[in-house]
Design a protein around this ligand. Sequence first.
Ligand code: DGJ
Length: 735
Amino acid sequence: MITVSEDNVFSLTNKYFSYVFRVSPEGIPEHIHYGGALRDPLNVTAHHLRTQREVASTFQGGKFFSLSDTPQEYPSFGTSDYRFPALHGRNSDGNTVFSLHYKKHKITKEKKPLKDLPSTRGGACETLIVTLVDPLHKLEVELHYTIYEEFGVLVRSAKFRNKSETEIQLQHAFSTALDLPASDYEIMHFHGTWSREFNEERIDVPKGRFVVDSARGTSSAAHAPFVAILEKGSTEDAGRVYATTLVYSGNFAINIEKGEFEDVRVLAGINPFNFHWRLKPGKKFCTPEALHVYSDTGLRGMSRIWHDFIREKISPPNFKNKARPTYLNTWEAAYFDVNEDKVLALADKAKNVGVDMLVLDDGWFEGRKDDTSSLGDWVADTERFPNGIPWLAGKVKAKGLKFGIWFEPEMVNPKSMLFEKHPDWILHVPGREPSLGRNQLTLDLSRKEVTDYLFRKIDAILSCGDIDYVKWDMNRNMTEVGSAGLSRNRQREVSHRYMIGLYRLLRKLTQKYPNVLFENCASGGNRFDLGMLSFMPQTWTSDMCDPVGRLDIVNGASYLFPLDVMAAYVGPSPNHQNGRVSSIQTRFMAGVFCAARGMSLNETDLADNHNELKSLMAFAKESADDMVGGRFDRVIKNQNEVCWQYTTRDSSKVYLAYFHILSAPNLPFRRAHMVGLDPNAIYVLEEDGASYQGDALMQNGMPMPYVATGQVRDDVRYMSKGDFSSYLFVFEKAG
Ligand code: DGJ
């Protein structure tokens, strides 16, 4: 997979892509090719052009060589390249000019985990480590590249080492730099906010610099840490796609810059805004990992690569291909009004409708009657839960259910025992009143005593042995980011040190409780990223449970994430987030393509919809094993229709869901061109035993049910009448 020529041309090639760069005659690592796999990758250097540019500065006397016109593997600033650099900082002379040159390289047949940060797992892979050095300031930078035999993902990171006698300050320490040749490209990225996560936006790559980033302390729903550069006009099935994401959950930036010669630079890593790392002599600093995917079969090909990789190399392996329990969550059923009797009554109801697990959400701890108090204390409320959580968990389990519980460990309310005792354990800066978010403050996880305290508190509950699931919530963005545990001149390290502390805590807990199913949540999808997914098999994708709102969110999230990592539930109607009224069937259906399915309904809703819920939960349970490890495809997506296909991991079953948002008279007949089927196989529709040929379903398409507004005929398949209707086809492959 990794080959190197005598004159230091490096190729990383597998069946998905070739990534080629060389050491230029000037000693600069110069990018040559990223794209489809090449038969003779080391020879592609012949394609590289240099010219004499008018007005361009030439690199340190080099003829015809300006770094502004050179695609590079790890650019810095100040020596003829004026674009945003991967490395920027202050050297011992106090200036910001670094110049990195090739020193040596090594290839290993493995991939080592990063020390403090989550990272992709190894396996059949090779890693190339190229060491660059600034000989003047004795800064060494190792560029790490891992390529896998079976995956179309390239993993990159950088490691800095200060080999000088004086401190170096890092400001830009990007994980990766990718210089793509001039062409017509578009940017695809996802933006949003609470309950409106993962809105897709596609724009032409503008001249100048376009950045998606976060300075909120979480990767955030505002701009998800993901960007795809698309060959203009790419579709689900065609076009070259270069996508990038990070294994990181904190402040990140993905920069896209179209330079003066129209080449496009992608930089991804820790957000340089508000970041500063003091690298003392002899010390190392390691960036998070950045992942690149190349697909020449459009967005579908891209998603396929991400989904397979996330399942195999990111998600905790002990939950791989494991059916997830169906559940009843107390949140929208009771909000803070929870107590032992209510939980046990809901557990009975849950059991009656065939649900596997009862999840006790927010509100169970001392004094927590609303969102103004008690975060941080993590002891059960003595009035409402007099027998404690372990007792309750045991009781629920005795009913034949699993038991799950909610925590928001990273937070503290000013009204809490913890804050009274340790007011300096929060993120804060001297002399300024800390801003509140949902009446709470963020604990300073950069301090070990804080993460140790949280471990003890959570451990005290999980150690009873009856907890099957933990929902790990995080409901505010960070402000007044400062730490009483760090000196004045390390305050700009706090955000990253917070992440290291969070990951340390998660590692310790998930290692001690490998069988507890952790669900990642940050008011829904405010921290839905591969860093969190390295510890938690699933994520509460959004608080938006209205089906119309949810469709866009799941559709957007699916570009990167497989269904294995998503959770959804049937919420109340009218919906609590947007007030829309919809049928229980469509509410269920909008979340049906998710590994974890459940409901959050009160006793009245449960009683009123008992039979329907029972059959939906029976279906959820029956299909739970199908919904992990399979293939998800977006088939139709426009303002009024969504059609998704899901093929199980053994290809024996295919689910096809069709959603029609607003009804209208005299609509066209629609077909869904199914994908990835066996053209020679017969697919039998479960509902009526009708047989369909695989090639016909793909080429001619499956006729979608008709949206009835008037008369109906017996021989036509109809959607339910009115707005927000949905239909699910289930096919069995007959051979
Ligand atoms: C935000 C989450 O997204 C909800 O599901 C719920 O757990 C609340 N927090 C509880 O406070």
